[in-house]
Design a binder for this molecule. Structure first.
Ligand SMILES: [Fe+2]
Ligand SMILES: [Fe+2]
Length: 164
């Protein structure tokens, strides 16, 4: 059985994941209007991944006899300077989420909640991947700078992201 404290913390994490989903949806819309349709598609998949993360925690909470109650999702940032600004915001979001996941893991350790620890280990791995994918994209954007041909090629490559 989940402790009440951990149940609350997992509910808060569901809110953060859904907040990330909404933030990525806003980024996808900004990229779409900037005619970077490949980047927009990549970001749409990123948003859906965050939904899947929320659902992973949702299932864990119910499997453990807990309950999920949804909270308000904050208004996302809708305005960006340029494509680099979009991905920089994404990296910051992921870094913030890594800190959240780490705190949750510490709480699960403190509560000697082994099933929650195992579930959260998946998220710890996932955050390494998430931060890396944004950092890699930012490094590529640094190489492209203001080269339109480079940006078009980059956009095409991001548009071919696999997955749902
Ligand atoms: Fe996530
Ligand atoms: Fe993420």
């Amino acid at each position: 059985m989940l402790s009440k404290e951990l149940e609350q913390a997992l509910n808060d994490q569901i809110n953060y994941e859904l907040g990330a989903m909404y933030a990525y949806m806003a980024m996808a819309a900004w990229l779409e209007q900037a005619n970077l349709t490949g980047c927009a598609k990549w970001m749409g998949k990123q948003a859906f991944e965050e939904y899947e993360h929320a659902m992973k925690i949702y299932e864990h909470v119910f499997d453990r006899g807990g309950n999920v109650t949804y909270q308000a999702i904050a208004k996302p940032n809708n305005t960006f300077k340029d494509v680099r600004d979009v991905f920089e915001n994404g990296l910051k979001l992921e870094q913030g989420n890594t800190a959240n996941i780490n705190k949750l893991y510490e709480a699960a350790l403190g509560a000697k909640d082994y099933p929650a620890q195992i579930m959260l280990q998946w998220f710890i791995d996932e955050q390494v991947e998430e931060e890396k994918s944004f950092a890699d994209i930012l490094a590529q954007l640094d190489m492209i700078q203001d080269n339109p041909a480079g940006l078009l090629m980059f956009d095409g490559r991001l548009g071919s992201r696999e997955g749902s």
